[in-house]
Design a protein around this ligand. Structure first.
Ligand code: TXA
Ligand code: MG
Length: 345
């Protein structure tokens, strides 16, 4: 299969082009498209045969459910039942945007879309290309991140091509994604909302708007029998080819530790990459300063992993940050990617 790239203006998506892509979705094909978080690999969420193609193209295990993307709040009623009252406030404050809610599904949502679960994950994206694509397709679009299974999520069309060239028919190129890590996922099927994946919306923002939110024990490094709640949690993710080492501690000490480690690894003949919040003489083969804000860090994280892979880096030394705001989402991705965590002292 030849993969075509369709360049679309992210600020004013050309309707003709969007309709062309929407037609493919309607016909049961899969299309990669940008959202404000990462690129998604989309299919008609209500068409099992189309959704199956996503799992094949991605090499994704079939028990890992997809997120269903909607155009308007009113689309939720077709997909979910027993929607709690709190959903009104959630959609008012966070939709469209990087927040996904897990609810009990209706019959029209095929089991393949939900990985066999009775629940469905729903999100209303804010990216204009994503929005017009869903509108023109006239159906909710199921879309996981458009990376090959286990690889870092794509934040640019080139990243999608790296993993999916020849595996899908079309990529809509809408430039770099703004947020850079995936949406926050909360489960609304129990009395108190449970955070399943930290992401674009911070837990502080959620707590401010809807009160109590429980953090799933697996996110705090605890073993839990409730792991089945979000099958995605059990998989190792977001991994570049390089080995990732996370360095924790006070900024100045981390810098020194990274400089020492980089020197040592280079002596062993390793190609070393550094990802850090501030500049220093790291003396590595590749250095990426991702600060000063956590938002900037999030926006460049996955792209940096991919760039370092292209530069054949063997080991990436990454500065750990506090799990505050979007920092929680960043650290969640880093901890999944890292093989080792060390303390700088
Ligand atoms: O930002 C995002 O959410 C991106 C863009 C494309 O929208 N999508 C994305 O999809 O990250 P994916 O498939 O890579 O991650 C979906 C996550 C997985 O961890 C999955 O286990 C969880 O959502 N999930 C989906 N349906 C679920 C359900 N019914 N119950 C619990 N967790 C669910
Ligand atoms: Mg993913």
């Amino acid at each position: 299969m030849r993969t075509r790239i369709l360049k679309v203006n992210p600020r004013r998506p050309e309707l003709q082009k969007i309709r062309e892509a929407a037609k493919m979705i309607k016909r049961g094909s899969i299309v990669a498209f940008p959202t404000e978080t990462v690129y998604g690999l989309g299919a008609n969420a209500l068409d099992s045969k189309a959704v199956r193609k996503i799992f094949v193209a991605k090499g994704r295990p079939s028990d890992n459910p997809l997120i269903v993307h909607i155009y308007d709040k009113s689309d939720l009623a077709r997909l979910a039942v027993d929607v709690p009252k709190i959903m009104d406030r959630i959609s008012e404050k966070f939709w469209p945007g990087p927040l996904t809610v897990v609810l009990r599904k209706t019959k029209i949502v095929p089991k393949i879309t939900t990985g066999g679960l009775d629940t469905v994950a729903v999100r209303m994206p804010s990216n204009l290309i994503a929005r017009s694509l869903i509108r023109e397709a006239g159906t909710p679009i199921a879309a996981p991140s458009a990376n090959y299974f286990g690889r870092p999520s794509p934040t640019a069309a080139e990243h999608v091509l790296e993993d999916m060239n020849g595996r899908i028919g079309l990529v809509i190129d809408g430039g770099r994604t703004r947020i850079g890590i995936e949406s926050t996922v909360i489960d609304l099927t129990s009395n108190i909302p449970i955070l399943l994946r930290p992401g674009g919306v911070s837990i502080e923002q959620l707590q401010k708007e809807i009160g109590r939110v429980v953090i799933h024990p697996l996110l705090r490094g605890k073993k839990s029998r409730a792991a089945h709640r979000s099958p995605g949690m059990k998989y190792k993710h977001y991994t570049p080819n390089a080995q990732v080492i996370l360095v924790e501690g006070q900024s100045g000490k981390v810098r020194k530790k990274i400089i020492r480690l980089a020197g040592k690894l280079k002596k062993q003949g390793k190609r070393v990459g550094v990802v850090c919040m501030s500049k220093a003489r790291y003396n590595a083969h590749a250095v990426r300063v991702v600060g000063p804000s956590y938002e900037k860090f999030a926006a460049s994280l996955f792209g940096t992993f991919r760039e370092f892979d292209l530069k054949k880096i063997d080991v990436i030394l990454v500065q750990a940050i506090p799990k505050k705001g979007i920092g929680f989402g960043i650290m969640n991705r880093l901890e999944k990617a890292a093989s080792t965590k060390i303390k700088a002292d």
